[in-house]
Design a protein. Structure first.
Length: 464
């Protein structure tokens, strides 16, 4: 198991500190439906204000925010939505609840166990032995058996109801039947042994789990055991992915100046791992009108675009955002790769995350802006930051944060090669991304790590 150093002291001004109460706050506010803006949200509810400059074309003098500030802005944007009470809890069947966040307490609907049950296969016995064994045994799932009398025993299966007046359960390996058919204990019998009494785990009405709990497979099992068919949960944010670029192929090898679309296959499962419901993946090419139509007609909670966020002749994201009067919340971030990413508020309860077109740069934008936005909308807890020392030097940008793919080996993180903006070879072998400060990191220096949702230790591929 990889050792992790949890950061408990100074977190270098990381704005994630402000997210510690996100789950409780979001769950309290997601149940509101009065549409009232939070006092900290100075802009009243309604259409976003008309944006005149930055959305139409990036200003050459525009100063991009630091990486941590951009992440905090994305989380605040999602909290503003929950404060306006537009994401009401939903009732979800257990089969569909994995990965959601509980929006209401999980209270016991019955005692658990709901009756005295046998914890082992063996015999239910009454009084001191030896015991005469009944002909009829007791199996799980059957009605309550007849009471036992002193000196009587009955074969019993694990999970079966305990007959009234039972003293204890004698395990199969601790009992012997003599030639007269009488049962003898091979060790001392203690009153109540191997009996799970009614209500041992909980009583009806006890709170089993609080709001804000992430629904894991174990939570599903507990809910089923407690008698639930559905759970009250925070709904998954709905995401529509718009893939831009005339140069993209959807099948076959690159040819004739065309390249394969790597983001169309990669982003939907990644977004689902972040808690989103991906409603559509649409390929639009380099058409401003197609992009305008897709954005204005979308009813998703979050629109994710790929490419077109810079200032080139076919980079249409900024002009379209200016045309619809979107509010730019983040316009570029001081991070490499992925500097020209953006976050905009397109409608009262809708946001657009503009990812760069280069694959690793898009991953950077996904983890910088989409992850805190989606996590907060889904009321998921922020991951606890942790650090590990870097085994090798990680080159840094003079002024910006760098996100570098790493593999985790023992108590250290190993930076991977093939970490250019257009490369996926490094991230495909990675367990995490190291947050490298401006100027870089020396061997042995602690680096904050961002886990990948599917990462597993021991992948035997290392491009170092």
């Amino acid at each position: 198991m990889t050792a992790r150093s949890v950061r408990t002291g100074d977190r270098s001004g990381h704005a994630e500190d402000a997210d510690e109460l996100d789950v409780e706050e979001a769950l309290a506010l997601v149940r509101e439906d009065n549409g009232t803006a939070h006092p900290g949200d100075h802009r009243p509810p309604g259409p976003p204000p008309q944006s005149t400059g930055p959305a139409a074309r990036p200003d050459a003098q525009h100063k991009a925010p630091p990486w941590t500030e951009a992440r905090a802005t994305a989380a605040r944007a999602a909290r503003a939505v929950t404060r306006r009470g537009r994401r009401a809890p939903v009732s979800v069947r257990l089969d569909d609840a994995l990965g959601l966040t509980l929006a209401a307490p999980l209270d016991a609907l019955t005692d658990l166990p709901s009756f005295d049950t046998s914890a082992m296969d063996g015999w239910a016995v009454a009084g001191p032995g030896p015991w005469a064994v009944r002909d009829e045994g007791v199996l799980a799932g059957h009605a309550e058996p007849a009471p036992l009398t002193d000196g009587e025993a009955a074969r019993i299966a694990t999970g079966a109801r305990i007959p009234p007046d039972t003293t204890a359960v004698l395990r199969s390996e601790h009992g012997q039947i003599d030639e007269k058919g009488r049962l003898h204990a091979t060790r001392e019998v203690v009153h109540g042994q191997d009996i799970r009494p009614r209500g041992q785990e909980c009583r009806s009405g006890d709170q089993l789990l609080p709001p804000g709990t992430l629904v894991t497979p174990a939570v599903l099992g507990l809910a089923a055991a407690a008698g639930y068919d559905t759970l009250t949960a925070v709904p998954r944010p709905r995401v529509e992915v718009l893939v831009l670029g005339d140069e993209l192929l959807t099948e076959g090898a690159p040819r004739d100046g065309l390249i394969r679309d790597a983001l169309g296959p990669m982003l939907p499962p990644w977004l689902r791992a972040l808690g989103a419901e991906v409603t559509a993946v649409r390929r639009l090419g380099d058409s401003a009108e197609a992009l305008h139509k897709a954005v204005t007609r979308s009813d998703a909670d979050v629109i994710v675009t790929t490419g077109g966020t810079a200032a080139g002749p076919v980079d249409h994201v900024h002009p379209v955002l200016g045309r619809i009067g979107a509010e730019l919340l983040v316009d570029g971030v001081k991070v490499r790769p992925g500097h020209p990413m953006l976050l905009a508020r397109t409608k009262e309860n809708q946001h657009l995350v503009g990812l760069p077109g280069n694959p690793l740069a898009a991953v950077s934008g996904l983890l910088t802006l989409a992850e805190p936005l989606l996590r907060t909308l889904a009321a998921r807890p922020a991951p606890e930051p942790y650090t590990l020392p870097l085994r090798d030097e990680a080159h840094g940008h003079p002024y910006d944060t760098r996100l570098v793919p790493v593999v985790l080996r023992g108590d250290s993180a190993i930076p991977l090669h093939y970490n250019g903006p257009a490369m996926l070879r490094g991230i495909a072998a990675a367990d995490a991304l190291a947050v490298v400060p401006p100027g870089g990191s020396r061997p042995g220096q602690e680096a904050e790590l961002l886990d990948l949702p599917w990462a597993s230790a021991g992948i035997g591929v290392c491009f170092t």
